[in-house]
Design a protein around this ligand. Structure first.
Ligand code: MF3
Ligand code: CO
Length: 253
């Protein structure tokens, strides 16, 4: 069941979203060759705590860190490590969830480190744009399948694949609520969108084949073929006449 949020709940979620935006802007200057993914995680945790938010991923099904930091062929759920050192040319996705007074917002950015290849650049840009293609369908009366279809269509038309085993989702007092929002599907199918619901729309894109594998740590998801991957996500509120993005503010990122 998709649960509509009260104005109070939306206000709290927006504060969580504002803090995610602050974290992302802080990371723009911080992510450089030589820093470890663990260093990135420390910044995420500090900025959240300084802004009265709890990093909701920490402890979620025993996940050990405040953020998921996924480099190059790691699609999602990369566990921050002192041993993973960022290098020039990397693409680094940082997926974070803030909990403000019991309410959450979830978002992800893929950072381009220094000069990157044209190949990597295009993948990151297409992944981000896939989110905005889906956003065109976010309003009351649209279907979840419209979002899924828009993402799949845009991504595949650029010669890439969407992940099949991981989806976007609703959000609120829980990180994952109904509906599930696959990155592939048929327009006009699934649940109908209603005002005051909150959605995490998150294209997860593979440059090569769609298959993924999970490492022995039980979390890290990589492309099976070792090719590049990218991820982009915002939390969006469905309004009376459209949408409001609550995890991205001035100076889009
Ligand atoms: N932020 C992720 C999502 O988009 C969830 C991460 S799993 C966790 O749904 F264990 F790290 F929390
Ligand atoms: Co999410």
């Amino acid at each position: 069941m998709i649960i509509s949020k009260s104005q109070r709940e939306i206000t709290l979620m927006k504060e969580a979203g504002r803090v995610l935006d602050v974290v992302f802007k802080t990371l723009e200057d911080f992510i450089k060759p030589g820093v470890s993914t663990s260093d990135i995680d420390e910044v995420v945790e500090k900025v959240m705590l300084d802004n009265k938010c709890i990093p909701a991923e920490k402890g979620y099904y025993d996940y050990p860190a405040a953020s998921c930091v996924s480099v190059n062929d790691t699609l999602i759920h990369g566990i921050p490590s002192r041993k993973i050192i960022i290098q020039e040319g990397d693409i680094v996705s940082v997926d974070i969830v803030a909990n403000y007074k019991g309410y959450m917002a979830d978002a992800c950015r893929t950072y381009k480190v220094g000069t990157i290849t044209e190949r990597a650049n295009r993948l990151v840009d297409v992944t981000k744009q896939a989110f905005f293609e889906a956003l065109k369908y976010v309003r009351p009366g649209s279907y979840v399948g419209d979002i899924s279809h828009a993402i799949q269509e845009y991504v595949e038309s650029h010669g890439y694949n969407v992940a099949r085993d991981y989806t976007g989702h609703g959000i609120g007092s829980h990180m994952h609520e109904d509906p599930s929002i696959p990155n592939y599907g048929k327009a006009g199918t699934g649940a109908k969108l209603a005002p005051n619901t909150a959605l995490c729309i998150e294209p997860m894109v593979l440059e090569g084949k769609k298959d993924t594998r999970v490492l022995g740590d039980g979390w890290t998801v990589k492309s099976k073929d070792g090719k590049l991957t990218a991820h982009y996500e915002n939390t969006v509120i469905v309004t009376e006449d459209g949408y409001e993005i609550i995890t991205m503010y001035e100076g889009e990122n």
